[in-house]
Write a protein that binds this ligand. Structure first.
Ligand SMILES: [Zn+2]
Length: 313
């Protein structure tokens, strides 16, 4: 009798082990950056589990590949990355060594988000010169600074999730519809806020804001880096300082992983305001993609007001 009862318990336990993972099975998505992870969350909702390899405080061009990344990639159903060479220094070898056939290049579990994100800006006209240090040899990869590019990216993600997990396709597209509506409403507000600054010049530390500048109709007046990925040199900064003073360019923008001391000293030298932008989704007040862009717009609005208001007085 005891033996029979024990057998029943074992069978029930085994069945629950087999059924539970099926019932709870989520599509396991690994992204290179937190911005992409937040976009996956918008579409995937509860049907996906998401991990970003890079932290929001890390320069996505240069991330240290940790052994734990291999484990995450080994268990992934889908890996999504920005592309255009952004992660070329660290992600491709990890994907190769992950022992996961499903996420290798060309497979449905491998999504290069740049493939249909929108028209690429800053495309190289000559030979790629990464050997000289240019980390944007295939075009500018910082397209998520524009919500319109983020929208195309989310559409791309919804399509890919639906291929991998067709039973939840409807849910993914419902989520996409909701996100699109929320994004468009915000974009109207942001564009209205920033319309008064059209044509205003800014200098970036890195060549990362070109999509933001293009979207908002600002004017890109130079970069502290002489070439994307190359630290500022005295010669380059001297030339840039002259240009900024002659043209009354008063705003410099930089992400947190660049040398803030160099940026601050340079800003003071040229009587400009340094705006430190959160480089990606993830800090306390930028927990979602829309929250991140909202924060960027607020910071720009405050910065522009400060500079141009002080000029008017
Ligand atoms: Zn870059």
């Amino acid at each position: 009798m005891i033996k029979k009862h024990y057998s029943t318990v074992v069978i029930v336990w085994l069945m629950s082990c087999l059924i539970a993972p099926l019932a709870d099975a989520k599509t396991n998505v690994v992204t290179s950056t937190p911005g992409l992870a937040s976009l996956v969350k918008e579409v995937g909702g509860d049907h996906v589990s998401i991990t970003s390899l890079a932290h929001y405080k890390q320069d996505p061009h240069f991330v240290d590949g940790r052994p734990s990344f291999l484990l995450k990639l080994n268990r992934a159903d889908l890996v999504i990355y920005i592309g255009l060479g952004l992660e070329i220094g660290w992600l491709p070898p990890l994907i190769r060594d992950s022992r996961n056939a499903a996420i290798q290049a060309g497979k449905v579990g491998n999504l290069d988000a740049s493939t249909i994100c929108g028209p690429l800006l800053d495309k190289s006209t000559g030979k790629p010169d990464r050997k000289f240090g240019d980390v944007h040899p295939q075009g500018n990869p910082h397209y998520l600074y524009s919500p319109w590019y983020a929208l195309r990216t989310v559409e791309n993600i919804a399509q890919r999730l639906s291929l991998i997990d067709p039973k939840n396709k409807r849910n993914y597209y419902d989520n996409l519809k909701q996100f699109t509506k929320a994004l468009k409403a915000k974009v109207s507000r942001w564009e209205k806020t920033m319309s008064r600054y059209k044509g205003k010049p800014i200098v970036g530390y890195h060549k990362s804001l070109i999509y933001l500048v293009d979207w908002l109709g600002l004017s890109q007046a130079g970069y502290m880096e002489p070439l994307a990925g190359i630290s500022p040199t005295p010669k380059h900064l001297a030339r840039l300082a002259t240009h900024m003073k002659q043209n009354n360019i008063r705003i410099i923008m930089s992400e947190p992983w660049y040398d803030s001391k160099v940026a601050q000293v340079f800003a003071e030298t040229v009587n400009a305001l340094l705006i430190s932008l959160p480089g990606d989704v993830g800090s306390e007040n930028t927990a979602t993609y829309l929250g991140w862009i909202n924060h960027l717009i607020n910071q720009l609005d405050v910065g522009f007001k400060k500079v141009y208001h002080s000029e008017e007085r």
